[in-house]
Design a binder for this molecule. Structure first.
Ligand code: C2E
Ligand code: MG
Ligand code: MG
Length: 299
C-alpha cells in the first residue's frame, strides 16, 4: 500500500497493507498483492456478513430446504438433501455459497452446523412418524466443522435426540474438507462409519479428484458434480468420463448420484450410464419441508 492513494495516515496505510496481505494469503500464499479499493469493499462486506450472521444465529433466521434424490431406475424418491437457507430482514435470501465460507472463517459454522444436524435428524424422524418409512436425509459438512472439537458428539446428540437409526443420516463432505488435515479427517470419518452414519463425497470431479482419496476415504456414495451433467450432451468425451466415473465407483461398491440434471435428455443419458440416483431441478428444486414431503407418493 502506498501513500497517499491508500491512506493519509500510517494507521490507515498499515490497515490496508493488512487487507492486501489477507488477500495474498487467500490467493494461495507465496505471492504479493498491491492494495486496491476492491479489497476494502470485500473486507467490509465480509465484516457486515459476519455481524449479520451473529444476529441471524440469535434470531433464528435460518431454515432448511429439502431436495429429493430419485432412483433413476424406478423414479422413486429414496432420500433428501438438506440445504441451508438464510432469509435476512434487510437483503432477503443470501445463498449458502456466500455465507458458509464466512461462517467457517468466523467459527460460527459450529453452532449453525449443529442446528442443521439436529433439524435434519428431526425431519427424518417426522418422515418415519408420518408413515414415510426410512428415507435418508443428507447433510453437508464443511471442512472446519468436520475437524472441530465435539463434531462426532454433536452428530451423536442429533441422532439420539431424534431417536433415528444412524443409517438414516448421510454426511456429505468435499475433498477440500479432507485435504487440509487428511489423517484427522479420515479418522473422524471412520468413527462416523463405525457409528453407522452414511458418508458421501460431494462435488466429485471439481477438486483434485485424486484416486488416493477414493481409496482411503470410507465413503459409500459419490456425487458427480453438476458441471459434468451440464456438459453431458456436448461431446463424446464427456459421456465417456461420466461412464468411467460410474463404473469405477461401482467397482468400489459405491452408489453414484448425479447432481443438477435439468433436462429429460440429461436424465435419459444418465440412465444409460448406469448411474444410480439423480438430484436436480428436473425433479424438484430444494423446497420447504411441507412441499418436499408433498413430492412423495400419497399414503
Ligand atoms: P451442494 O452440497 O453441492 O448442493 C447442491 C447445490 O446445487 C444446491 O445449491 C442445490 O440447490 C443446487 N442444485 C441442485 N440441483 C440443481 C439443478 O438442477 N440446477 C442448478 N442450477 N442447481 C442445482 P445451494 O442450496 O445453493 O447450496 C450450495 C452449496 O452450499 C452446497 O452445495 C453446499 O456445499 C453448501 N451448503 C448448503 N447447505 C449447507 C449446510 O447446511 N452446511 C454446509 N456446511 N454447507 C451447506
Ligand atoms: Mg451436498
Ligand atoms: Mg454438490
Amino acid at each position: 500500500a502506498a501513500y497517499p492513494a491508500d491512506g493519509a495516515t500510517v494507521d490507515d496505510i498499515l490497515k490496508n497493507v493488512d487487507n492486501a496481505m489477507y488477500f495474498a494469503k487467500q490467493s494461495g500464499k507465496n505471492c504479493w498483492k498491491f492494495y486496491d479499493t476492491d479489497m476494502q469493499a470485500a473486507a467490509y462486506e465480509k465484516m457486515l456478513l459476519t455481524n449479520n450472521l451473529h444476529r441471524a444465529v440469535a434470531n433464528k433466521e435460518f431454515s432448511l430446504h429439502y431436495q429429493p434424490q430419485v432412483s433413476i431406475a424406478t423414479g422413486a424418491i429414496v432420500g433428501f438433501e438438506a440445504l441451508l437457507r438464510w432469509r435476512t430482514p434487510e437483503n432477503g435470501d443470501i445463498p449458502p455459497t456466500r455465507f458458509i465460507p464466512v461462517a467457517e472463517q468466523s467459527g460460527l459454522i459450529k453452532v449453525i452446523g449443529t442446528r442443521v444436524l439436529h433439524e435434519a435428524c428431526q425431519f427424518a424422524r417426522r418422515l418415519t412418524d408420518s408413515g414415510r418409512g426410512n428415507l435418508c436425509v443428507a447433510v453437508n459438512v464443511s471442512p472446519h466443522q468436520l475437524c472441530a472439537d465435539g463434531f462426532i458428539e454433536s452428530v451423536d446428540d442429533a441422532l439420539r435426540a431424534a431417536g433415528i437409526s444412524p443409517s438414516r443420516l448421510e454426511i456429505e463432505i468435499t475433498e477440500n474438507a479432507v485435504i487440509a488435515s487428511l489423517q484427522e479427517a479420515i479418522s473422524r470419518l471412520e468413527t462416523l462409519r463405525g457409528m453407522g452414519v452414511r458418508l458421501t463425497l460431494d462435488d466429485f470431479g471439481t477438486g483434485y479428484s485424486s484416486l488416493t482419496y477414493l481409496q482411503r476415504l470410507p465413503v459409500q456414495t459419490l456425487k458427480i458434480d453438476k458441471s459434468f451433467i451440464d456438459r453431458i450432451l456436448d461431446t463424446g468425451a464427456n459421456k465417456t468420463i461420466i461412464c468411467t466415473i460410474v463404473d469405477m465407483a461401482h467397482q468400489l461398491d459405491m452408489t453414484v448420484v448425479a447432481e443438477g440434471e435439468e433436462t429429460a435428455e440429461q436424465l435419459a443419458y444418465l440412465a444409460g450410464s448406469r448411474c444410480d440416483l439423480a438430484q436436480g431441478y428436473l425433479f424438484s428444486r430444494p423446497a420447504p419441508e411441507e412441499e418436499a414431503v408433498g413430492l412423495l407418493p400419497p399414503l
